[in-house]
Design a protein around this ligand. Structure first.
Ligand code: HEM
Length: 186
């Protein structure tokens, strides 16, 4: 995956757990890289190794690491000059979710070899959505849960999400049921 993804993982570990923890995780992951270049593409295995090493070092399930990372990503992209792009994707969570493939198409203008995920969002009723997530990669559904929670936070919207289908090999996809409620101002 592009370096910006790995950079975000490093930054998350740094800010929450400090330099020493990062060095231990880097050692466990067996990575030579001390830093990643945002616009360089790296083997996906680097990203999975970072997640695995973080999970082992912190004694947390890999799913939880991925979810926390997804939530962090929404604020991280803003620090990397992509805040405008994200805000431009919609004025609320629902609009952004309906626009995710467009968003990644735009991202692809900067990242020429992007292998973006694909999302299909269906509005089931007021504040109720079904999101279908398709990817060439495996095991990233918990990251999507975190991303959704990050979007909820960004738009001050209470968001409940449950995964209702799990990808089982080629031709199948993960699905999520999402309920949205604007956070009460009281
Ligand atoms: C401005 C905001 C965003 C930027 C700049 C961005 C950029 C990227 C980049 C560079 C990758 C790596 C793909 C690769 O290296 O092939 C990626 C992957 C991914 N993005 Fe985004 N993204 C943004 C917002 C979002 C949002 C809001 C969501 C979902 C709700 C999302 C979901 C994902 C997922 C799940 C992946 C993992 C790749 C996969 O599933 O195969 N992204 N994105």
């Amino acid at each position: 995956m592009y370096g910006i993804v790995n950079k975000a993982i490093v930054e998350l570990i740094h800010t929450r757990f400090g330099e020493d923890t990062w060095e231990r995780i880097r050692g466990r992951a067996g990575l030579e890289e001390e830093l990643f270049i945002s616009l360089d593409a790296y083997p996906d295995e680097y990203t999975y190794a970072l997640v695995r090493a973080t999970s082992e070092e912190l004694g947390l399930p890999a799913e939880q690491v991925l979810e926390t990372f997804g939530e962090y990503w929404v604020e991280y992209v803003g620090t990397q000059g992509y805040g405008e792009l994200l805000r431009g994707a919609g004025n609320n969570v629902q609009e952004v979710l309906l626009n995710l493939d467009n968003l990644h198409t735009r991202v692809g203008l900067s990242f020429a070899h992007l292998r973006p995920p694909s999302f299909h969002c269906t509005v089931l009723g007021p504040g109720e959505l079904r999101l279908r997530y398709t990817s060439t990669r495996q095991g990233l559904a918990p990251m999507v849960v975190g991303l959704l929670k990050g979007l909820g936070r960004m738009f001050h919207t209470e968001l409940h999400v449950v995964q209702t289908r799990h990808k089982e090999g080629a031709g199948t996809a993960d699905e999520f049921l999402i309920r949205l409620q604007p956070a009460s101002s009281s």
